[in-house]
Design a protein around this ligand. Structure first.
Ligand code: SF4
Length: 469
């Protein structure tokens, strides 16, 4: 693989500026101005984001939380998109100090799913009702763009009963432009790369310079090359707990603003995982993010990037997920198993020698569905935009006028109806049917309501599947 940089690349993370912005004093005027700009659905600048991060007084933080709740409702309604991660291989040539998959950790059990095992995992996920996956790969010469592309094609080809995976996202190492063309051609959704931390010095401490991942600029430029390789949707992320949470929140916003400016399209998703205990890993407590600060950063990210999906994973406990969900999260995983071949494993609990880190939420998908339905959310397995070509800039064009809600909610109800018919427990089915009727009653457009009602009936009584707008 050629370790070339994209044509637009320049180091766009201004560490000095971000460092100063992390130290600014709380200013009620600046906080209110940033909130009102965000409520107009305008992305925020670094300075405006920093003003929100500087909030200390409870009253200002409450204003930020309330604004994030409202903005989320205005743009995303009450739907929550569900997915599951699937680890394909944990061989890795890197030495990331926070990771149980690092090369030198000999006690980690290494594995790459065989084709048969891949089929078994996909069938198990389909039997649970999943439709959207993110495939996860270590960085290793075996995991070439061709291997990743082949795996994606195989996943789309596996259909058990009424099961099918309709969108496959990727979390893997940065590729060169030719590599992205190869995986894009296989029909991937989002290509996700986490910068881990935007603070160069800290990055070098955790990612030894002699390793592939030690190349800060090649990684930072990774998603720019993805765009130049034809990928439409990209996902950013930082691993909170490596360095100052305000710094890396501003790093994420800088990255989003850079992509918008350079490629006319911001990230499709943002991830903000907090570092977790892992096999063979000694965590440094210095920058561990407290729950209160975590809620603050999620709300601020919501307000700073109105049109970017926000992913909250099962790293967090059900309690934290319940609380943070309302501040702007639009996607969560559920029924998650991160052990290689973990979806067919009968035993409960984690086996950390086989896993990248410990997770906080191992509830089955159906249990998470029932909780979402019982707390006013509409769980969605929608993959329509991606399959209708509403991706990248085109998605943003749809999203910005608010039109997307007129597509998202109906599509969420259609995928929910499928789940209720094919996979739900009796309790979840009852809660789901009630939620669908309640949502339908909210449709002001009678013609739209009748159309969706007919489509729902097609799923329930005429065995139709995969209906979407
Ligand atoms: S974080 Fe990723 S690249 Fe780093 S050691 Fe772990 S699997 Fe490898």
């Amino acid at each position: 693989m050629k370790r070339e940089l994209s044509k637009n690349y320049k180091p766009f993370i201004d560490e000095e500026l971000i460092g100063e912005l992390c130290e600014i004093r709380e200013d009620s005027g600046a906080i209110k101005a940033a909130i009102s700009k965000s409520m107009e659905k305008h992305p925020l600048s670094l300075e405006e984001t920093a003003a929100l991060l500087s909030a200390k007084k409870t009253e200002f933080k409450e204003e930020i939380f309330n604004a994030a709740r409202e903005l989320k409702k205005n743009i995303y309604g009450n739907r929550i998109v569900l997915f599951a991660p699937l680890y394909i291989g944990n061989y890795c040539i890197n030495e990331c100090k926070y990771c149980a998959f690092r090369r030198s950790l000999r006690t980690t059990v290494r594995k790459t799913l065989s084709e048969n095992e891949l089929v078994q995992q996909i069938e198990a996920l389909e039997d649970n009702g999943h439709k959207r996956l993110i495939l996860v790969f270590g960085e290793h010469p075996d995991y070439t763009p061709e291997f990743i592309a082949g795996t994606v094609r195989k996943v789309y080809s596996i259909k058990k009963n009424r099961g099918s995976i309709r969108r496959v996202n990727i979390n893997a190492a940065p590729l060169d432009i030719e590599g992205y063309k190869t995986v894009k051609a296989a029909g991937i959704g989002t290509y996700q790369i986490f910068q881990e931390t935007y603070h160069r010095k800290t990055y070098a401490e955790y990612h030894p310079p002699h390793t592939h991942k030690g190349d800060y600029d090649f990684r930072l430029d990774g998603l720019s090359r993805a765009y130049e390789g034809g990928c439409d949707d990209v996902g950013l992320g930082a691993l909170f707990g490596l360095y100052d949470w305000k710094f890396d929140t501003l790093g994420l916003v800088s990255h989003a603003r850079f992509l918008e400016k350079a490629y006319g399209c911001g990230p499709h998703t943002l991830s903000f995982p907090r570092i977790r205990p892992a096999h063979g890993v000694q965590l440094k407590p210095e920058y561990i993010v407290k729950d209160e600060d975590f809620k603050h950063l999620v709300a601020v990210l919501r307000l700073s990037t109105p049109y970017t999906g926000m992913i909250l994973t099962a790293r967090e406990t059900p309690e934290i997920r319940r609380e943070v969900l309302e501040f702007g999260v639009s996607q969560i995983d559920a029924g998650t198993r991160i052990e290689l071949a973990g979806y067919t494993r009968k035993e409960k609990g984690q086996e950390l020698k086989k896993e990248q880190f410990s997770i906080g939420d191992m509830r089955p998908l159906d249990e998470v569905m029932l909780e979402l339905l019982s707390t006013g959310y509409i769980p969605s397995f929608c993959t329509s935009c991606y399959r209708k070509g509403r991706t990248g800039q085109q998605f943003m064009e749809f999203a910005i006028p608010g039109f997307i809600q007129n597509l998202c909610t109906p599509n969420a109800l259609l995928t929910l109806q499928e789940y209720l018919c094919d996979y739900a427990s009796p309790k979840t089915k009852e809660a789901g049917e009630k939620a669908i009727q309640a949502e339908l009653a909210k449709f002001a457009d009678v013609a739209q309501r009748e159309k969706i009602t007919r489509m729902l009936d097609g799923i329930k009584n005429q065995d139709k599947r995969d209906l979407h707008l």
